[in-house]
Design a protein around this ligand. Structure first.
Ligand code: SF4
Length: 580
């Protein structure tokens, strides 16, 4: 990964392709690289859909190698949803392929002068970009089929659906999975709208003829990778819970804890939870046959394999196994207890190219605003279809929960910095509330997953209902997460990393054996801090202050049943999170 591919969409005479050495960005990867490029090259005051914003797609430091779990890709830009810096992370096959093709990053910059759509092909012979307006308003599934027919069965795609073309702030970017389906999404923050603004519909990737990236010290790398994998396999979360039930194993756990946001964050427990739990989902999938729920990775090299495939009653493919966040967003948060309806909405989200968390939160806000009844699955499906059609209502919904709340006059809108909260109520899990409030990304559970400590005791137990120690917990997790996001590793490695020092050491050994560096645990911490500082710097220059590091007022006033508790972490504590 010694080069950066830049495509200037606004060049005179049409898009211009440049390949340049990594230069000052050498050694960086994933979120470390996307945030470095955005911080250095994008004016913080620019319009996210304008010519000065850049879309950066970067594999991690270890991507393209045989390191287990290393196929997560980062997408960065100034976010149309939050107005701040964004890194959205996805699985899928293109990450490993881009790394093997030798690119540390793909950067889309400038803005096309005409309103045309383009497709990009990247293979071992180079890069080609072509205008192709026949792709206009295709969903991701049809688009991928068209690209396979055109470029061959081995290609993978990075693409946008209708939502990205319409530049909606809830639009995602799809990455094809191992079966070449567009099911893995860089969902958060409207990154798909930025790709749409650049006029790029799809990047087709073909790594035929490319080799695995070679470690500097192959023997030491192999030994560290072996120890790392064994650590993942022996931890109860990564070795048993996730592979058996997928991420949806959390539905019963979070509901039991009284922190499962129900009907637009009105309640902390959902009566219909059993019907949409991971256990029920796994049972349903296994009963319907197919590939089952226990043995599926979102990219090659994943050994945890938390994913699966969802089939309808007749055994027809519907979508990948919906994740916990998706099942919650379109399930309990909308009062819906029908797994088949949730899977259908997941498929629509993937096809239109929409963030499932933002869309679920938006539909729930719309329900509170009187557009539909909580629990009405058919109405929810029809509302998502409005987005695909591009109707006026659909464009409002596709712009996210904050916009929809304003249009409908809803006070209870669960967003921070304009981005919808995920599947944990911050009153029932106070630590995740600190992360929602203070993350550089807006409300984002993956920025600092305090749920692990607050609920499962991972890395040491903190009381989920107490404000004590939450700021420090979130700070440490946000720092560690930023570093992991730079490696290309799936964040689910954090469970064994936090509980098993030898697994954490194995990861550091693997990075060192691969790169020839001699990093220590302290260096990894410093890497995380430096990423966060650059992101905080960008946001400050874009106009954010500590007043933006807050939850909406109603979380401090409205008690959440069953604990009858409000969010209690003080503003002073929140302001200390990034004090390092
Ligand atoms: S554990 Fe799950 S999310 Fe992580 S890489 Fe594997 S399949 Fe993807």
């Amino acid at each position: 990964m010694d080069k950066i591919l830049r495509i200037d969409m606004g060049a005179d005479g049409g898009p211009e392709i440049k390949t340049e050495p990594v230069g000052d960005y050498a050694g960086m990867g994933g979120r470390g690289l996307t945030s470095a490029i955005v911080s250095k090259e994008v004016p913080p005051s620019c319009h996210p859909l304008g010519e000065d914003n850049k879309l950066v797609i970067a594999p991690g430091m270890l991507s393209g190698s045989t390191a287990a779990m290393s196929g997560r890709i980062s997408v960065g830009c100034k976010s149309p949803l939050t107005g701040g810096i964004k890194e959205a992370n996805a699985g899928g096959q293109p990450c490993q392929m881009i790394a093997r093709l030798g690119y540390a990053a793909i950067v889309l910059e400038g803005k096309a002068k005409e309103n045309n759509l383009y497709k990009v092909l990247i293979n071992k012979d180079g890069v080609n970009i072509e205008e192709d307006n026949s792709l206009c308003m295709l969903g991701n599934y049809d688009l991928v089929d068209k690209m396979k027919a055109e470029y061959g069965e081995k290609v993978h795609c990075i693409s946008i659906g209708q939502a990205g073309e319409m530049k909606l702030a809830g639009a995602s970017i799809a990455f094809t999975d191992m079966e070449q389906r567009p099911t893995r999404h860089a969902g958060r923050g409207g990154v798909g709208a930025v790709m749409g603004a650049k006029g790029v519909k799809v990047i087709v990737v073909d790594d035929t003829g490319c080799k695995m990236r070679e470690p500097a010290d192959p023997e030491a790398f192999k030994a560290a990778n072996k120890e790392f994998v064994s650590g993942l396999r022996k931890h109860p979360v990564s070795g048993e819970g996730l592979p058996t039930y997928g991420t949806n194993v959390l539905t019963n756990v979070i509901n039991e804890a009284g922190a499962y946001p129900t009907k637009n964050f009105q309640l902390g427990q959902f009566g219909g939870c059993e019907k949409i739990s991971g256990e029920t989902q796994a049972e349903t999938e296994n009963a319907r046959g197919g590939e089952g729920s226990a043995t599926h990775g979102c990219h090659r090299g994943c050994v945890i394999r938390c994913s699966g495939t969802f089939y309808d009653k007749d055994g027809n493919y519907v979508t990948k196994q919906p994740e916990y966040e998706t099942v919650w967003a379109h399930g309990g948060n909308c009062g819906i207890e029908d797994l088949d309806a949730i899977a259908q909405i997941d498929r629509l989200d993937d096809d239109y190219g929409l963030d499932t968390i933002e869309m679920g939160a938006t539909i729930a806000v719309a329900m509170e605003g009187g557009i539909a009844e909580f629990g009405d699955a058919e109405a929810a499906i029809n509302l998502v279809k409005e987005v695909g059609k591009g109707s006026h209502l659909g464009r409002i919904l596709g712009s996210g929960a904050a916009v929809t709340g304003k249009v409908l006059g809803v006070e209870r809108v669960p967003v921070v910095k304009g981005q919808a909260m995920p599947a944990y109520d911050p009153r029932g899990i106070q630590g995740i509330g600190v992360t929602y409030a203070t993350s550089t990304m807006g409300a984002d559970h993956t920025s600092g997953y305090a749920v692990g400590s607050n609920i499962m005791g991972v890395g040491g137990k903190t009381d989920a209902l107490s404000p004590e120690g939450q700021a420090e917990l979130s700070r440490n997790l946000q720092i560690a997460t930023a570093a992991v996001d730079a490696t290309g590793m799936c964040l689910f490695i954090a469970f064994p990393l936090l509980d098993q020092p030898e697994t954490f050491q194995a990861l550091i050994d693997m990075i060192n054996a691969f790169s020839g560096a001699s990093l220590t645990a302290d260096d990894v911490t410093e890497l995380g801090k430096s990423i966060l500082k650059s992101e905080r710097g960008f946001n400050a220059a874009a106009g954010f202050t500590n007043k933006d590091d807050r939850l909406p007022d109603y979380f401090k006033k409205e008690k959440l049943p069953p604990h009858d508790i409000v969010f209690q972490v003080s503003d002073e504590d929140l302001d200390q999170v990034h004090n390092y």
